[in-house]
Design a protein around this ligand. Structure first.
Ligand code: CAP
Ligand code: MG
Ligand code: MG
Length: 477
């Protein structure tokens, strides 16, 4: 039914900074007018229920979400949420409970997909945002001009701590930067957490001594309860060298509160948001859920240092809607980026703030250089450009590209995403190389050098056996 108290198609007040804007693709089973359906979604996702209640007051009505635009052709509803309805204290879980909560269960909806959001800059001082990000990893690794090249140890589960650590050693000593636990790794009886941490520490030391390079391991600290998560985090912090470790949290299955607890307890540790389970919400063919850019924006607001943003169709995982994976990677990295529906400025803009305007322009100039120029400039300067005004902004988070990737994927993804500022993790893409893990790493490094020197992979592989074998093997379906 039409809920007029949740509709105001002429209003412009929703652009005054007091509203979080959202756009949903909606459809109903009984071919209901989508303005009616949109007003019911606005009710259920803000102050109302399925009928007008007598207990509503003039003040509670002020907190109603507002349907402010409808695109009948594309079945899109634009809804504005007065963000004062959200829990104070920077709570992401509460926002998602409103805008991606009950409405997914509304029986009359055949489709209800939250495609994009615009977070008003007035909200930013109330949320954590990232503290550590890829810049800290680059400094620690002394790697400024390449993507952070990572792996996931495979098999996903079932290795003893020593077997696991040996594969870490092989990856690191051959030149790899970053190893992560796989998303279900925890404290299984055949691979006790403490033993795994100590085995990794020993393997890292061996690989660093031999390679004369620093290395990083991202440990999965997701657990049954926060006390156990924190115990695992403190154990790692007390065992590993500062900077040599990241904390991985399965953000969908462990939840937003887990992500934010770790962000707040360990502001100096890279917080790796693994999104296992996101496909139930984000896959393009899912009519009900939210998009990869929405998940990425909320993870950045929550303070994740990095979040998986997909492979833009290059890997094994299904893409989100259209080119969502690339939009998400840009939403992760940029100070200002255009989404499919909203552009998003990640700064609290004081009136006529020239600093931010300059920074946005500088960022635009840097991105227009393209990944090659950026990589060459960084190779020479060995530093990160400082267009980020450290104050009044939500720092960038790190796109993590993963899923069915192999040495042949690297240059394709760099060109698609238009930057080298991401972590790329290859599991099978390294550990299924015909000549083993070390050869897999060498093939990835050679693939990067081919891109950097602007030489076609096949031509470059004529002088590099590991890359040649990778091309032969990974080109076969
Ligand atoms: C990749 C991976 C990652 C998925 C996550 C896996 O392994 O470790 O968890 O890529 O997907 O378990 O499948 P492979 P996404 O490199 O062997 O494929 O990044 O899309 O969230
Ligand atoms: Mg309820
Ligand atoms: Mg995995």
């Amino acid at each position: 039914m039409r809920r007029n108290e949740y509709i105001d198609l002429e209003t412009t007040k929703i652009f005054n900074g007091n509203y979080l804007l959202a756009v949903f693709h909606i459809d109903t089973y009984d071919n209901q007018d989508i303005l009616d359906a949109a007003s019911e979604i606005a009710a259920e996702s803000s102050t109302g229920s399925n009928r007008r209640v007598n207990t509503a007051t003039p003040f509670s009505d002020e907190l109603n979400a507002i349907v402010y635009k409808i695109d009948y052709k594309q079945k899109l509803a634009f809804i504005a949420y007065p963000w004062r309805i959200f829990d104070r204290g920077g709570n992401i879980q509460n926002i998602m409970t409103f805008i991606a909560g009950n409405i997914f269960g509304m029986s009359e909806l055949k489709a209800c997909k939250l495609l994009d959001i615009q977070i008003p800059t007035a909200m930013f001082p109330h949320y954590d945002g990232p503290s550590v990000n890829i810049d800290a990893l680059r400094k620690y690794l002394n790697n400024y001009h390449k993507p952070i090249l990572g792996t996931i140890i495979k098999p996903k589960i079932g290795l003893t701590p020593n077997e696991y650590a040996e594969i870490c050693y092989d990856f690191w000593v051959a030149g790899g930067h970053f190893v992560k636990n796989d998303e279900p790794q925890a404290d299984q009886e055949f691979s006790p957490f403490i033993k795994m941490v100590n085995a990794v520490k020993e393997a890292m030391k061996r690989a660093e001594d031999e390679s004369q390079e620093t290395k990083i391991h991202s440990f999965n600290i997701s657990a049954a309860d926060f006390d156990t998560m924190l115990q695992r985090a403190y154990y790692i912090q007390n065992t590993m060298e500062p900077g040599s470790f990241a904390f991985l949290v399965d953000g969908i299955t462990a939840g937003w509160t887990a992500v934010q607890t770790i962000r707040r307890k360990f502001p100096n540790v890279f917080l790796h948001f693994h999104r296992a389970g996101h496909g139930a919400f984000t896959r393009a063919e899912n009519p009900i859920g939210f998009s990869v850019p929405v998940l990425t924006k909320m993870a950045r607001l929550a303070g994740a240092s990095g979040i998986h943003t997909g492979t833009a169709g290059i890997g094994k995982m299904a893409k989100g809607e259209s080119n969502d994976d690339i939009i998400a990677a840009h939403q992760a990295l940029k100070l200002k980026s255009d989404g499919l529906f909203f552009d998003q400025l990640w700064a609290e803009v004081l009136e006529q703030d020239p600093d931010i305007e300059n920074a946005v322009q500088e960022e635009k100039n840097i991105w227009e250089l393209g990944p090659h120029k950026l990589s060459e400039t960084r190779q020479k300067n060995k530093k990160i450009e400082n267009y980020w005004p450290e104050w009044r902004v939500v720092k960038k988070t790190t796109p993590i590209s993963s899923g069915g990737l192999n040495p042949l994927s690297l240059s394709k993804y760099i060109e698609k995403v238009g930057t080298i500022d991401f972590i790329m993790t290859m599991g099978a893409g390294i550990h299924s190389h015909p000549k083993g893990t070390k050869a897999g790493v060498k093939a990835v490094l050679q693939a990067f050098d081919a891109w950097y020197n602007k030489v076609p992979l096949e031509e470059y592989a004529e002088n590099f056996e590991e890359l040649k074998q990778a091309i032969e093997y990974f080109s076969k379906k």
